[in-house]
Design a protein around this ligand. Structure first.
Ligand SMILES: *Cc1c(COP(=O)(O)O)cnc(C)c1O
Length: 456
């Protein structure tokens, strides 16, 4: 076992050391990958070392350089060293982090890491939390808590009676809501038909006046979903006004802060999230700005009783902790058995410290600003967003040129990012979310676009 793990560690280090040189998107053919990795179920056992060696060779060929400094796709973080190492330990320990009795250290680390996350995000000490796979499941958990609370207020016990016959819940969300929110609504049985779109401005921010109008136009149990960090522009909704309106209407306020909520951890950017702390629930990710390896999401809730009512589970064969005793994570998460997701989050925060988290956020945002300045100098380029955080949205002077330039940069292997559609036109979106990105990485990426247009 020791030899296998040692060799695996070396293979992993080889991959990490190859990041600066390898094409960011691998030059690989789907058919080749299928041929190398496929085949029938092996008839009998194969030596583990051979299995890992073969997998490392083929996997390496088909891996995107996501942990490296020139991957700017979607909103995807890397992995800080302590978090990566702690993630390995998580697998070696193989705790079932559902119950204290199946992993006492895992339960205590989640207790600590959850409180740390809340503090870094500027939330009050009493919030409840759960470590889930990502913002998608954080939304589902938060909406289950919200559903419990708003229906409870209406005299309906949704945990017992479900939604059939329940008062209809309306969900007011900005028209630039992330696609995970409607899916979470489907998962918790509210359906996308419960959504009332609220107009957004040219940066994708929900308009508070439109929210007030929408709130006034209806009644009954209500959830408002706001956003810290629009996925294209990085824009922040006006939380103070939104919180005032939600509060006046007695609505539950949820905040999608997948990456943007981490602005609160930086004294330079915290003003962007002002008022978000007044929400009832928040979703965020460890695997974006905090640079915890996949998968890592966190849900936090200012109404622990609703959160717990929505998630708690009991069975006679389980060993549940005493009231006021240690934490049984399964009372807060949608999972039953689960990976001890708190360890890498804990290690990331402990290794970075408060100043390190702030610096990580600030460095990424400074790189985005540098990129925006550099790319704007290329003739025909227009930066479409106010670069308030780590996202840059830009385009060339026609949709065709935008697509050609993006494809050329992707094919060059220098960098990788994806396209988007913004106000009906093709755009390119760059997200700087990796602790490894340097100024040189940014300059090389700008240069790759410059030579792409020179060629085109
Ligand atoms: C990434 C993202 C999500 C989805 O998060 P996952 O961790 O991929 O589930 C939701 N909302 C926003 C704003 C995001 O950027």
């Amino acid at each position: 076992m020791r030899e296998l793990l040692r060799e695996t560690a070396n293979l992993a280090a080889d991959f990490l050391e190859s990041l600066p040189e390898r094409p960011v998107f691998p030059r690989v053919e789907l058919a080749d990958l299928r041929a190398r990795l496929g085949g029938p179920v092996p008839d009998g056992p194969i030596d583990p070392q051979e299995v890992v060696r073969e997998l490392a060779a083929a996997g390496d060929e088909g891996a995107v350089a996501i942990p490296g400094g020139r991957y700017f796709g979607f909103v995807i973080g890397g992995a800080v060293p302590a978090a990566l190492a702690a993630d390995w330990l998580t697998s070696a320990w193989d705790q079932n982090a559902g119950l204290y009795v199946a992993g006492p250290a895992a339960a205590v680390v989640e207790e600590v890491a959850g409180a740390w996350v809340a503090e870094l995000l500027g939330l009050s000490a009493g919030v409840s939390f759960a470590f889930v796979t990502g913002t998608q499941m954080a939304h589902a958990t938060a909406l289950a808590a919200a559903r419990n609370h708003v229906l409870n207020e209406a005299g309906w016990d949704v945990e017992r009676d479900g939604l059939v016959g329940a008062p209809r819940i309306r969900v007011l969300a900005g028209e630039k809501v992330h696609s995970t929110l409607p899916r979470a609504l489907r998962l918790v049985g509210l359906g996308t038909g419960s959504m009332v779109p609220v107009a957004a401005d040219d940066q994708g921010r929900m308009r508070a006046d439109a929210l007030r109008d929408a709130l006034a136009a209806g009644e009954g149990p209500t959830i408002v979903s706001a956003q810290a960090g629009e996925v294209n522009t990085g824009a922040f909704d006006p939380f103070e006004e939104i919180a005032d309106a939600a509060q006046a209407a007695g609505a539950w306020l949820h905040v999608d802060g997948a990456f943007g909520l981490w602005a609160a951890a930086s004294p330079r950017f915290a003003h962007l999230t002002a008022g978000a702390e007044r929400a009832d629930s928040w979703s965020t990710d460890g695997h974006k700005f905090l640079n915890v390896p996949y998968d890592s999401g966190v849900v936090l809730c200012a109404r622990p009783e609703a959160h717990r009512r929505a998630m708690s589970v009991h069975a006679d064969y389980l060993v549940h902790a005493e009231e006021g005793g240690p934490r049984d994570q399964m009372d807060w998460t949608p999972e039953f058995s689960r990976r001890a997701r708190g360890f890498p989050v804990y290690a990331a925060i402990r290794s970075l410290g408060r100043s390190g988290v702030a610096e990580l956020v600030e460095r990424c945002c400074d790189h985005a600003t540098r990129f925006a300045a550099g790319i704007a100098e290329i003739p025909g380029v227009e930066v479409l967003n106010e670069v308030v955080l780590n996202q840059v949205l830009f385009r060339f002077d026609s949709d065709e040129r935008t697509q050609v330039a993006l494809a050329a940069v992707q094919e060059s292997g220098v960098a990788w990012m994806s396209g988007s559609v913004w106000q009906g036109r093709q755009a390119i979106r760059l997200s700087v979310s990796n602790w490894q990105t340097t100024e040189e990485d940014i300059d090389r990426t700008v240069a790759a676009f410059a030579s792409a247009v020179a060629l085109g």
